[in-house]
Design a binder for this molecule. Structure first.
Ligand code: DC
Length: 229
């Protein structure tokens, strides 16, 4: 039997990470974990509890309330995708809004939030046979992952992709706001003190600016197969 490996996929937002990672996991029969959804779920909790006012997060209250947050995934039988739940309630569509995107980097900068989620992610991937996507998977969560990929693309290309996603899901958004969010999230994610978004030394770089989804997936599968040989 082929041995199982850990695949860490990090990179900037809206580079196609989640779609390609999910497809790769499906192809290999691996578990797929979208860690961004976990940070989005905590952000949704913080918004619901009014812990964010005028862009300011009440860090100490959120830290105290972390014990009240349980994040799980449940499989949608129609799509086959894992969807995120907060305290047992499926909030997959609630976390994909611009409102959540606008605060998630602030929430993800909190070290207590990161410690809690990283611990859970390490448990979820402990048995290997996992494709995990995020910002710090190859650097912090699984520094010994057999395959690490860092995905990027030009900011305007990513904003266009995100704009289409949001519009297709029925949300009314302004392209300029989406572009601003993409750039601002890059800035906060890359400059935060705890686990900033950086390419691990041993990660393979995948620039998806001029690649369609099939080319992205084919590249990932090729790299995974090389590792599995
Ligand atoms: O992948 P995404 O765009 O859904 O992630 C949402 C945010 O969560 C992103 O702006 C940064 C944060 N994040 C993180 O800090 N670490 C991770 N492992 C995953 C996401």
């Amino acid at each position: 039997m082929q041995s199982l490996i850990t695949i860490a996929i990090d990179g900037h937002s809206s580079t196609g990470k989640s779609t390609a990672a999910k497809q790769l996991a499906h192809e290999l029969g691996y578990l797929y974990v979208d860690t961004g959804a976990m940070y989005r779920a905590v952000s949704f909790f913080a918004l619901s509890e009014n812990l964010i006012n005028q862009g300011q997060l009440d860090q100490s209250v959120l830290e105290r309330r972390l014990k009240d947050i349980a994040i799980t995934f449940e499989r949608n039988p129609e799509t086959g995708n894992n969807e995120v739940c907060l305290n047992g309630k499926n909030i997959e569509s609630e976390i994909r809004t611009l409102e959540v995107s606008n605060v998630v980097s602030i929430v993800a900068s909190n070290s207590a939030v990161r410690a809690k989620l990283v611990e859970q992610q390490q448990k979820m991937g402990a048995a290997k046979g996992v494709v995990m996507d995020g910002r710090d998977i190859g650097t912090v969560v699984f520094p010994d992952a057999e395959l690490k990929v860092f995905m990027t693309a030009a900011a305007d290309v990513r904003a266009k992709r995100r704009f289409e996603e949001l519009t297709n899901s029925g949300q009314i958004v302004d392209y300029a706001d989406v572009l601003e969010n993409v750039i601002e999230r890059d800035r906060i994610d890359s400059t935060r003190e705890d686990s900033p978004l950086i390419q691990a030394d041993d990660a393979l770089l995948l620039d998806t600016s001029y690649m369609d989804r099939k080319q992205q997936f084919d590249t990932l599968l090729h790299w995974a197969n090389q590792e599995l040989q």
